[in-house]
Design a protein around this ligand. Structure first.
Ligand code: NDP
Length: 242
């Protein structure tokens, strides 16, 4: 499958079918979020792409004139609602880690802030909401990470967006700017294990970004939960090509 060509085709079909769309990105300065931004911009399918973040996003590729940066306060749901109004699509790649922010800090970002922003998206009448969650997300899990992800997904499902897509990637593979020693070690081990459990354990952030954006171009509605792996993302993408 030639991803680039198929992507360009689906993006231009989307633009012809649904002109005047604009996207907002949360977490666009992070590893997955910056890939989402890259693919949104490369597609040229959106009249405007707004990155809401606490620091400016770095982008110098095609269609840079349609990229807008706006600072965000994830505690101020009313302000977010006002700022998000007028956008049609939302891509949420927010998150932190327990190692970086502690147990409470993790829950604050990955639960409270994500839900604050998602509620603001709903109030701002976002048509299609997409989020990068995680493989193993389960509100009944005994582990803080997967439990939190599961709780959030279950709340999002209940919010009643016209269309919602929840992505469940395995371990994210990328040349991470931030030092995460355990992830670094895992990044050597996981691809090897993929030979045993093909494509189930890890996925490049570039694939996640591509899949989230390309999914938005699909005509067909998608199941609420999708894409636990690189392979599934490619399969989901192929199914959308009709
Ligand atoms: P990153 O850690 O690379 O980026 C997180 C983003 O969230 C950044 O843009 C960051 O902003 C933003 N953010 C965090 N805290 C705040 C805050 N308090 N206020 C404003 N912005 C904030 O994320 P990844 O791309 O690694 O992960 C994306 C999602 O995927 C996360 O929800 C993660 O849990 C999940 N996931 C991760 C996996 C992994 O292997 N790491 C595996 C599967 C899922 P800033 O740049 O300013 O810090």
């Amino acid at each position: 499958i030639v991803l680039g060509e198929a992507f360009t085709k689906s993006a231009s079909e989307f633009k012809a079918r649904a002109p005047g769309k604009s996207a907002l990105v949360l977490g666009g300065t992070g590893e997955s979020g910056s890939e989402v931004v890259k693919h949104l911009m490369a597609s040229g399918a959106f009249d405007k792409v707004t990155v809401f973040a606490r620091r400016p996003v770095e982008y110098t590729g095609p269609n840079a004139e349609t990229l807008v940066y706006k600072p965000i306060n994830l505690e101020d749901t009313e302000q977010m609602e006002r700022d998000f109004a007028g956008h049609t699509h939302a891509f949420n790649c927010l998150g932190t880690t327990r190692a970086k922010s502690g147990k409470e800090g993790f829950y604050k970002v990955d639960h409270d802030y994500i839900l604050n922003a998602t509620k603001a998206c709903k109030a701002a009448e976002i048509e299609h909401y997409s989020i990068c969650s995680s493989a193993g997300a389960d509100k009944n899990s005994m582990f803080l990470y997967t439990k939190t992800k599961g709780e959030v997904n279950s709340e999002i499902e209940k919010m009643g967006f016209p269309r919602v897509s929840i992505f469940l990637p395995g371990m994210l593979m990328c040349d991470r700017k931030e030092a995460r020693p355990l992830e670094k070690i895992a990044s050597y081990v996981m691809p090897a294990l993929n030979f045993v459990v093909p494509n189930r354990l890890c996925v490049p952030t570039s694939t996640v970004g591509w899949a989230m954006v390309n999914n938005a171009f699909k005509k067909v509605d998608t199941p609420i939960l999708e894409n636990i792996s690189n392979l599934d993302m490619v399969e989901a993408f192929k199914k959308g090509q009709q």
